[in-house]
Each structure stands twice: as C-alpha cells, then as structure tokens.
Design a protein around this ligand. Structure first.
Ligand code: ADP
Length: 475
C-alpha cells in the first residue's frame, strides 16, 4: 500500500491516542493516590500534633480529665472521619475514640512500635489490629519536660482516598477523550487545508509531466499551498503558451520559406522545359532573384530575432552621434526613394546629438521603420524623421503620409509574422518580422516605442533613447 501522508498522519493520531491512554492508566492513578494520601496525612499530622500539645498534653499534667479529653477527641474523630488513639510508650491503650472509656481493663496495642514511621510523619499499611485493609496513620509524640509521655495516633481508612482517586482518574479519562476529539479537528483541518490541495497539486504535476500542459485545477486558499498551486498553474500556462508560440513560429517560418521556394521552383522548371521562352528568361530570373533576396532577408531577420531572444540583454551601449546615424541610414534609401519619387525630410536637433545605446541595433531600428514608411507610402510623398530632446531622453519619430494602419491591427503589428491585410498589396516581400525586431531592440534598451496611425492618412512611430552624458559636458 502507498504510504500516503494522510495514512501517516492518521497513524500518528492513533499512536497519540494509545499512548495517551497507556500513560494515563499507568501513571496517573498512582500520582493521584499519592497526592491525596500526602494531603490527608498533612491534615491528620497537624491535628495529631495539635492534640498532643493541647488535650493529650493536659492529660499527662492532670490539667484535664480523661472523660473530657475523650469527649473532645470523639467529636474531632467524627469531624476527621478517623480514629484517634492515645497510647503510652509501653503500648498500653489509654484512649480510643472507637471504644468506650474503660480504665479498669488494660488493653495493650499489639506490636506497637512508634519508631516504624520515624523519618516520615505518616505511614500507609495494615495498622496493627485496627482494620482489615490498609490505613493511613500518623503518630505525634506527647512530650513533657523533654520526655515522651505517650503518643497521639490518628488512623483513617483508605476507602475515602481510593474513592476520590477513582473519581479523579475518571476525570482524567474524560479530559483525554476531549483532547483526542479536539485533536480530531486538527486532522480535519489537515485534510481540508493540506492533504486535499496537495493531492490536487500532485495530480496536476503528473498531468504536466505527461505533457498535458493545458490541464487546469483550482486550489482556493490564500496561504503558501494556494500560492504554490497558483505558481504551478502559471508555470504550466507559460510553458503551454511557449509551446504554442513555438508551433506557430515554426508554421509561419515554414510557410514563409515555402512560398518563395515554390515560385522559384515553378519559374525555373518553366524555363527548363521551355514553357517560358528564352527571350523572357531575364524577366523571370529577376523575379527569382527577388525571391532569393526575400529568403535572405527572412533568414537574416530570423537570426537577428533569435540572437535577441537567446542573448537577452546583449546590448553594447556606447555614446554615438544619433544625427549621423539617422543621416547615414536615410542615405541607404536614396535609390528606393528615387524610384518612387519620394523624399526623406530630416529634422534633427543640433549638429550632433549624442545617444547612449547600441549603435548597430539602433541603426537596424531606424532602417526597419524607414523601410516600412517608404513601403507603405504613396508615390510623390515624403517621410519625415525627427529627433527631439526632453530632459535626459531623446525621442526619434519616423512619420509617413501613407496607407496607415487599421485600428484593430495596431496591437498586432508588433507580433512576429504579422502583416495587416491592407499591407499585402503594397508589400509582397514583407516578412512580418521587422517591427517585432524593432520592439525587441527597444525593449532590450529599457526604452519604449509607440505608434500613432490613422487609416488612409499616415503613421508615426516614436521611440525613446537615453541621452548620453557626453553631450551635456559639451554644452
Ligand atoms: P514587414 O517586414 O512585413 O513590414 P513589419 O513587422 O515591419 O513587417 O510590419 C508589420 C505590419 O505592420 C506590416 O505588414 C504593415 O501591415 C504594418 N505596418 C508597419 N509599418 C507601417 C507603416 N509605416 N504604415 C502602414 N502600415 C505599417
């Protein structure tokens, strides 16, 4: 059988119960009895001493008569529910509250030996000829002129003590049962708050381990166990999401590779089997070349994204002149602009504007944004790249008056492989990776990027950069 935590807990509970009963029945009766005997003995001894010093003492100094003492001791013996005796050192019984006073008869107490209880003030056992069973007895000497004249002996039956002890023992058992029942509450709490949630968590972990990452479970507690369950559930959902992303990513990559490859293959086959006549080859080879360029671009973008993801914050921040980088990047689009009859307007702050960032990566951001701006603009328009400074931040804006982005697409444009439907006609080479690379780079710098766009009017992308201290030194 599986040794579950629950079984162990129940076993511990039973051991606790059994031990409780064993200890209670083995030690408690003796402890109670001894305590009651000691208490009773103390009372009897102090009475015996009192009698020895008062009534009985007076007897030996003839201050009182035997009858008077007998009457007084009779009353006291009823009060103490004991028998009181006065015995001479020789063992002769002078007075016994259980007997009538008879001075003529000489009664000797058999084997009377007061030294038996020397050292302690009381003794428990069969008392001479007095009782059948055990009694508790105390002896106090009656002294006068430093001589022992006699003894006051009080003995009391053990029945009372035994009855009280039995009563107290019963109370102990009742307390033990109540304790066991109360500790049952702990068991119930343990089941509800630890065992059941733990079982749920274990089952969920087994499900996740077997690959069922979409398994859902609920633990409604706000303690550590609830937190553990929530963390586990969150971890599984993150893994599931990563798996889904991975699948989507591979599907997208495959799709984006397959379509140019299919068209390349189609054109090449057509050229080889003569469907495309040799005089048309140049036209179709140009298309093939374009498709290979698209594949190269896709591969490069994938590599860039992969590097950004795996290396995370591998950003080599340095101070550089942002204006210079903007100018150089804009210049690379000269050919494209000329063919579309477009212009790039640069509105730059100062002659030099030092930023503190990874120059290559920022150049890539600018390249992607300007590339998009040109791609999605109409002919004979111009785009505007502007830098501005606010406190220790630089803001770079790339603005076009192109097709704009539909409102519903604005959130999605940052996702990998996303291409809005409206853009497909204008941009056949697009991979849908440009903006996700831009976003990753800006994020890796700890900065932000935003887009403002109106469909049919144009778009503006603005991102922030850290201003270099160097420039302020030069100011
Ligand atoms: P692509 O490489 O295909 O351009 P991006 O990630 O750069 O991919 O862009 C994703 C989508 O965002 C584009 O397909 C387009 O729909 C939209 N988009 C990006 N920039 C602009 C822009 N300046 N004007 C209009 N739409 C844009």
């Amino acid at each position: 059988m599986k040794k579950t935590l629950y079984l162990k807990f129940i076993l511990a509970y039973f051991i606790f119960g059994v031990f409780g009963f064993v200890i209670t029945s083995a030690f408690v009766p003796n402890m109670i009895k001894n305590h009651l005997i000691r208490e009773k003995a103390e009372v009897l001894y102090s009475e015996a001493t009192l009698i020895a010093n008062t009534y009985a003492g007076g007897l030996y100094t003839s201050e009182t008569t035997l009858e008077t003492v007998k009457n007084q001791l009779d009353a006291l013996s009823i009060y103490l529910s004991s028998t009181i005796r006065i015995i001479n050192p020789s063992g002769r019984l002078v007075l016994d509250t259980n007997m009538r006073l008879n001075v003529d008869d000489v009664i000797m107490v058999k084997d009377f030996d007061p030294t038996t209880i020397q050292g302690t003030y009381y003794d428990v056992g069969p008392y001479y000829d007095a009782y059948d069973g055990d009694v508790i007895n105390v002896i106090a000497p009656i002294t006068s002129d430093f001589k022992v004249k006699g003894y006051v002996v009080i003995y009391s039956s053990m029945t009372d003590i035994e009855q009280s002890a039995a009563g107290l023992l019963n109370i102990s058992y009742v307390i033990l049962i109540v304790l066991l029942m109360l500790s049952m509450i702990i068991l119930i709490f343990f089941t509800e708050m630890v065992y059941i949630p733990l079982k749920k968590i274990t089952y969920a972990t087994e499900q996740y381990a077997s690959g069922n990452m979409h398994y859902e479970f609920q633990v409604d507690s706000e303690d550590e166990i609830g937190y553990l369950a929530a963390c586990l559930s969150f971890m599984a959902s993150e893994i599931a999401r990563a798996e889904d992303d991975q699948k989507k990513f591979v599907a997208n990559v495959s799709h984006d590779f397959r379509s140019p490859l299919t068209s390349i293959r189609g054109y090449l086959e057509a050229m080889l089997d003569g469907t495309i006549p040799p005089e048309m080859h140049e036209k179709y080879l140009t298309i093939v070349l374009n498709e290979t360029q698209r594949l190269t671009k896709l591969t490069n973008s994938l590599l860039t994204l992969n590097n950004l993801n795996t290396k995370g914050m591998m950003i080599d921040k340095r101070d550089f002149d942002l204006n210079d980088v903007v100018r150089k990047t804009a210049a690379t689009f000269e050919g494209t602009c000329r063919s579309k009859n477009m212009g790039i307007e640069l509105i730059l702050t100062g002659d030099v504007l030092y930023a503190h960032a990874d120059v290559d990566k920022i150049q890539q951001v600018l390249y992607n944004l300007i590339d998009n701006a040109i791609k999605f603009s109409h002919q004979n328009t111009s785009i505007r790249v502007e830098t501005s400074v606010k406190k220790n931040k630089i803001f770079v804006s790339v603005k076009d008056t192109g097709i704009g982005i539909p409102k519903d697409d604005l959130k999605m444009i940052w996702e990998r492989f996303y291409k809005s439907d409206s853009s497909r006609g204008k941009d056949k080479k697009g991979t849908g990776l440009g903006l996700s690379i831009v976003k990753e780079i800006v994020k890796a710098h700890g900065e932000h990027i935003n887009v403002i766009s109106t469909l049919g009017v144009g778009s503006e992308f603005i991102f922030s950069l850290q201003k270099a201290l160097k420039e302020s030194e030069e100011d």
